[in-house]
Ligand binder design. Structure first.
Ligand SMILES: Nc1nc2c(c(=O)[nH]1)N(C=O)[C@@H](CNc1ccc(C(=O)N[C@@H](CCC(=O)O)C(=O)O)cc1)CN2
Ligand SMILES: Nc1nc2c(ncn2[C@@H]2O[C@H](COP(=O)(O)OP(=O)(O)OP(=O)(O)O)[C@@H](O)[C@H]2O)c(=O)[nH]1
Ligand SMILES: [Mg+2]
Length: 467
């Protein structure tokens, strides 16, 4: 990546590559307009390229003068653009060959291909958005549910940034007071007594610390709203796990056969219950004496059970319980779980009592047939009320930090705690000041102030090309 301010002009396809109504090739940097001029013939012969207007014309191959595609082009002159640089967008027809051809024509003008997230990284470097807003852009793109979208939207609008900036200003004020105490210790003692200390100590311990902690705690409490609920379907072979996956997501996602051991690997899909995303994992049936491939699958199943927010353990009630069920039970009971007594439509060999007697740790069991749509509807309702209610109730007012932000908040909280303790013990103010500074620096990484290169690399590597 070249130095700031950037001298290189970058380009990328900003839309999914494939057949679609329109595709966009985006160019940003000092040579954006010059490179466009070489490959664009406006329909009307106006030489001046008005900024923030759409221009209709043709993309032409300058070496052959062949017209390739009729396009609409926009030019956004610096600094009034997304990146803060000169930006050109070519709105062409979308298809593999045409997008590839236009992109290569742009590259041939001395423009280089953008790295993932590089447009947004430039926007960040030019002060168009801060780091938490840049992260919000990715999270907005990744959102699959109303809830995720709402959180990303709040972050993009700068809600987190405002909170962090307000805390930062207060910490800067505290640092200034501490400096003053250090420079004029006699004034502090004579005129203010220890009240100066008290004010600082109260501000740190009673106001800032609880606020920072509260925001950090939302990550653990409401992570499901941000990341979705990880739901794992587990059970012996042939109990109906894959049938349940298909029923929940409403399409034929996994292969279903009467042969036990059909699913060998983890199959993942998502569905949404009342605005909350549920990531559902169908797994290989657990049984002893399986072949090598199947055993690997079983190992994966047990691992995913450990990581699940909720495990649905399916039991086939038309067959007796066995030692394979005991093995599954041992893993499932330690996790939040729901037992499904499946195949209720068949003659029943075991009942609810058999399960509760054999596995005292089981908390909740529902009897149903995965083949009946009404039963699936009922199951969605059970998942919602039993496992998502808390999340939904507390959803509306609160912003929820992501993992990176939570770590920064934790770091700030620890430093604030140490600072408050030092000042209460009457320790050296230099030490207090150092902790306050540590807290401030941790908070600053959230919005990207003084963010080191590798942090930026990490954040922007999550972006797609063309963003
Ligand atoms: N065609 C297109 N659609 C798009 C984008 C884009 O880059 N191109 N966006 C890309 O993500 C999003 C819109 N976000 C944008 C945010 C800021 C600016 C922008 O030009 N900001 C200038 C102010 C412009 C003005 O003065 O009116 C600025 O911040 O200085 C443009 C798009 C979604 N849709
Ligand atoms: N009668 C009846 N058959 C069911 C029910 N649920 C699933 N089945 C049948 O049971 C068989 C096995 O279903 P799958 O969904 O493939 O079972 P699985 O648990 O994914 O099996 P493995 O992938 O082998 O672990 C299929 O023939 C399904 O049609 C049910 O509620 N009632
Ligand atoms: Mg299966």
């Amino acid at each position: 990546m070249d130095g700031f301010p950037f001298s290189e002009t970058i380009c990328a396809v900003a839309t999914p590559i494939g057949e679609a109504g329109i595709g966009i090739v985006k160019i940003s940097g000092p040579d954006a307009l010059t490179s466009l001029r070489r490959i664009f013939r406006a329909r009307t012969v106006a030489d001046a390229f008005a900024s923030h207007r759409l221009h209709l014309g043709w993309i032409v191959d300058p070496s052959t003068d062949q017209r390739l595609d009729e396009v609409l082009v926009s030019y956004m002159k610096a600094p009034r653009s997304y990146t803060g640089e000169d930006v050109v967008e070519i709105n062409c027809h979308s298809g593999y060959a045409i997008l590839d051809r236009i992109l290569r024509l742009v590259l041939a003008q001395g423009v280089r291909l953008a790295e993932p997230g590089e447009f947004t990284r430039r926007a960040f470097m030019n002060g168009r958005l801060d780091l938490s807003q840049a992260e919000a852009v990715v999270e907005l793109i990744r959102s699959r549910s109303e809830q995720e979208l709402a959180i990303a939207g709040r972050q993009l609008r700068g809600e987190l940034s405002e909170t962090v900036h307000a805390w930062r200003r207060r910490l800067l004020n505290i640092e200034a007071s501490l400096e003053a105490f250090l420079d004029f210790p006699e004034e502090l003692e004579e005129e203010e007594g220890s009240s100066g200390h008290d004010a600082v100590s109260q501000e740190l311990r009673d106001r800032l610390l609880p606020a920072v902690r509260e925001l950090a705690s939302r990550y653990d409490e409401q992570r499901v709203l941000r990341e979705g609920l990880a739901l794992v379907l587990a059970g012996k072979p042939n109990v109906g796990k894959s049938s349940l996956l298909n029923a929940l997501v409403g399409r034929d996602r996994a292969i279903v056969t009467p042969i036990p051991g059909t699913t060998r690997d983890i199959i993942e899909d998502t569905f949404v219950i009342q605005g909350i995303c549920v990531r559902v994992l169908d797994t290989a049936g657990v049984r002893s004496g399986a072949d090598t491939i199947e055993s690997c699958g079983i190992e994966r199943t047990l691992r995913s059970v450990e990581e699940a927010d909720l495990v649905i353990w399916l039991i086939d009630t038309s067959r007796p319980l066995s030692c394979d069920d005991d093995l599954i039970a041992a893993h499932v009971i330690r996790r939040p779980h729901l037992v499904i007594l499946n195949k209720a439509d068949l003659p029943q060999v075991i009942g609810r009592k058999d399960v509760f007697d054999r596995y005292p740790g089981v908390e909740h069991a529902v009897s149903l047939s995965v083949l009946r749509p009404d039963d699936i509807q009922q199951l969605r309702e059970t998942i919602r009320t039993r496992f998502l209610r808390d999340a939904q109730l507390s959803a509306c007012p609160a912003f929820i930090p992501n993992l990176r932000q939570k770590r920064a908040l934790d770091e700030a909280a620890s430093a604030l705690e140490r600072a408050a303790r030092l000042i209460a013990n009457g320790d050296f103010l230099e030490l207090v000041a150092a902790e306050v500074r540590t807290a401030r620096t941790a908070l600053e990484t959230i919005v990207g102030i003084g963010a080191p290169e590798d942090l930026l690399d990490e954040v922007f590597s999550k972006f797609c090309i063309g963003k």
